[in-house]
Design a protein around this ligand. Structure first.
Ligand code: MG
Length: 286
């Protein structure tokens, strides 16, 4: 499925070498990248299609509900932020009445149980290029943090099972329980920026880059005045492709098909050596 963004295939650009080899302070006169803020679902892993969707279906089946979200149809429910909100909307559509909050909560708990089980049985993996970029940023001394409006338990499951082989990477997590308003509201990113500033990890928002996969996440990041790279996931690729009039650029520093090698730059500056690595992200702030 094509996306109406100008595709810029990776080409070599002049550089004094990757910043993680030059040290964090080398910016060639531009701003210094000092922190990466990572979205989780769709960004670190294809958790929506392969994890959350399947977990919701197992919870619905446990409860004897005649609901099954297939991979294609789930994209519609993703327009609703938050698992409880998604369940409540589906029940209301099915039954024509507002769902009992206790029932929604029970389904959400069952869903989280199934999601954790999918993680522990190795049925999810990090997206291409994610582990390499996490390691590069860690090696270069950048601060890294998780900023999601999913539950802390879901992040914990991912951290324990998909990131277990990596050193401790994240200075903190901002999760759904930490905010009153989910993305696209900027509250989660505002909170993360406050944490970075309070801990002395950055001196301004200009030193921070967000990595997201959806326009909802992009809106949240931009609402907090943070630069953002979109790495399109299964559902955000479909959503962008189905939108007409997308010839106007998104308010993203870059839009890429994935991180790491083999990526296409769909919007933004050409990429050095065809790999969305730390040098490319640093150049976006320069
Ligand atoms: Mg996401």
């Amino acid at each position: 499925m094509s996306i109406n963004l100008p595709i810029v295939r990776a080409v070599a650009i002049a550089s004094c070498g990757p910043p993680w080899q030059r040290g964090v302070g080398c910016t060639e006169g531009g701003l210094t990248l000092r922190a990466l803020l990572w979205d989780v679902d769709g960004t670190l892993a294809e958790t929506e299609r392969d994890g959350h969707r399947r977990a919701f279906n197992r919870a619905f089946a446990d409860a004897g509900l005649p609901i099954h979200w297939d991979a294609h149809g789930y994209g519609r429910w993703l327009r609703i932020s938050g698992g409880r909100e998604r369940i409540a909307a589906q029940l209301q559509e099915l039954e024509g009445t507002v769902a009992d909050p206790a029932r929604v909560e029970g389904l959400q708990r069952a869903k989280q149980h199934h999601y954790n089980a999918l993680m522990t049985t190795g049925q999810l993996a990090l997206r291409p290029g994610v582990e390499a970029l996490l390691r590069q940023a860690h090696g270069a001394g950048l601060a890294q943090a998780i900023v999601t409006t999913s539950s802390r338990s879901a992040v914990n499951a991912l951290n324990q099972h998909l990131l277990a082989a990596l050193p401790p990477l994240f200075a903190f997590w901002v999760c759904g329980e930490d905010v009153e308003r989910k993305k696209p509201d900027p509250q989660a990113y505002q909170l993360a920026l406050t944490q970075l500033l309070d801990r002395g990890l950055v001196t301004s928002a200009d030193e921070v880059l967000v990595i997201e996969d959806t326009s909802v996440g992009l809106m949240a990041a931009r609402g907090a005045s943070l630069a953002c790279v979109l790495t399109l996931s299964h559902y955000s690729r479909i959503a962008l492709a189905s939108r007409s009039g997308l010839r106007a650029p998104l308010p993203a520093a870059a839009v890429v098909s994935q991180l790491g090698a083999g990526s296409e730059v769909l919007q933004g500056p050409p990429c050095q050596m065809g790999e969305i690595a730390l040098s490319y992200l640093q150049a976006l702030l320069s």
